[in-house]
Design a binder for this molecule. Structure first.
Ligand SMILES: [Zn+2]
Length: 305
């Protein structure tokens, strides 16, 4: 082999029988083959690793999907549970609301009854405006929320009605306090209202009030709440008090030994206004008592309790 043949490799095959065969291959071929094989295995290895990775990734993804699916199912269940709980809560709330409204309704009925009783007691005929119709409460078979609105309206109306009722009651009490129906003194009734024979002239004359006799100095009290119109000496009546009670009622108290109130003063029912005496045209210590209604004297015994 000379130097020029360095680029080639000569392989000689020597069989037993036949002549020698000579195969000449380039000297880089074995190296290339080794390189090729190494490369092939590297590529194969890489490929396998890649596939393995893909497989693993696929497995992971599948696992994730199943986990997610499970979570999804759990979430669905949770949602269903929550919805159920919410419905239950709403139902409970509605039930409680309905119950509360029934209670309020019952209370309102109680108030209505109490009001009616008080009205009867106070002698008030009809306080509620618009007759009995406004008193009707219709809350049943209504959606609870609508019911609340209706209830609110009913309560507001009830409040107005009760305010009016209280005002009427106050007026009624004021009236009852002012009506002169309280016995103005203690003692023996010696003269009635109406025609009688005069103890002075012996002639028939009209006696405008009643006479009640007792010891001098016995308390004389106002027959009702009112304002003193007159307190002083008044001819035959002697020392006299006249009280205006409003509602066209006036009372007159005559023959006092002492006067304890002044004109313009406000007096309560039962308040002492003077002391019994015999001043003026009188035959002995007594109270001459008159009640005037609408400008005319009425029989005090018709009003006194
Ligand atoms: Zn008299």
């Amino acid at each position: 082999m000379n130097k020029k043949d360095h680029s080639k490799i000569c392989i000689m095959i020597v069989p037993y029988t036949k002549k020698v065969k000579k195969i000449v291959i380039p000297h880089w071929l074995p190296k290339a083959m080794v390189l090729f094989i190494v490369t092939f295995f590297i590529v194969l290895g890489l490929n396998l690793t890649y596939q393995e990775n893909l497989k693993r990734q696929y497995k992971d993804k599948t696992l994730m999907i199943s986990v997610l699916e499970e979570e999804g199912i759990e979430k669905d269940q949770e949602l269903a549970n929550l919805t159920f709980q919410m419905k239950e809560l709403q139902k409970t709330a509605n039930d409680q609301l309905q119950q509360k409204m029934n209670q309020v309704e019952m209370k309102l009925t109680d108030i209505e009854n109490l009001q009616k009783k008080l009205e009867e007691m106070a002698g008030i005929q009809a306080v509620a405006q618009g007759g009995g119709g406004s008193k009707e409460i219709q809350l049943k078979a209504i959606d609870p929320l609508e019911g609340m609105e209706v209830l609110n309206e009913v309560l507001v109306n009830k409040e107005i009605e009760l305010e009016q009722f209280i005002k009427t009651l106050e007026n009624q009490f004021e009236y009852l306090e002012s009506v002169p129906n309280f016995m103005p003194t203690a003692g023996r009734q010696t003269s009635n209202f109406g025609n009688r024979r005069s103890p002075f002239s012996r002639r028939i004359e009209f006696h405008q009030g009643i006479d009640i006799a007792n010891a001098r100095g016995t308390d004389i009290v106002s027959a009702g709440k009112g304002i003193v119109l007159f307190s002083g000496y008044n001819g035959g009546y002697g020392q006299t008090v006249i009280i205006d009670h409003g509602n066209e009622y006036r009372t007159l108290y005559a023959h006092h030994s002492r006067l304890l109130v002044e004109a313009g003063e406000e007096v309560e029912k039962g308040q002492v206004i003077g002391k019994m005496g015999s001043t003026g045209r009188s035959t002995g210590s007594h109270l001459h008592f008159e009640i005037h209604h609408k400008g005319k004297p009425i029989n005090p015994l018709d009003l006194l309790q």
